[in-house]
Design a protein around this ligand. Sequence first.
Ligand SMILES: [Zn+2]
Ligand SMILES: [Zn+2]
Length: 155
Amino acid sequence: MDKHIIDKAKRIFEDYLSRQGSRKTPERFSVIDELYALPQDEHIDVENLFLKMRNKGYTISRATIYNTLDLLVECGLAVKHQFKDKVALYEQALTYKHHDHHVCNQCRKIREFSDARINDIKEAMGKSLDSKITSHSLVLYGDCVIEDCENLKLG
Ligand SMILES: [Zn+2]
Ligand SMILES: [Zn+2]
């Protein structure tokens, strides 16, 4: 990930923490470094982020990672997902446009997709419900029939 993007994310976070009167600890900022170092389409849970950071020599607790991720969600720098049967997963959000997810029932792999028709439905439903729709989430669960489905590999 572009250093420029990480710097921008840190400025947004710094402003947010100032407004909240929260402490600007280096540990909190290091969570941005690590979340934004991941591939854009990666979704990570607290435990895996913790292990990754511990392996890199950070001294940070799970609780700090958990709390920081929630702060990042509040200021729009991360998105949190709660997929069926999975622990909460987080992904970076600053330059990543909205997308929806497909979760495989078998291998649990998460794939992303976006389709303009979903946006059309959103607008149409907003009209019919007299609502200014601000966001949506759509998760499709299915059995993937792609070659790298772990289930097919096992089978
Ligand atoms: Zn995603
Ligand atoms: Zn699969």
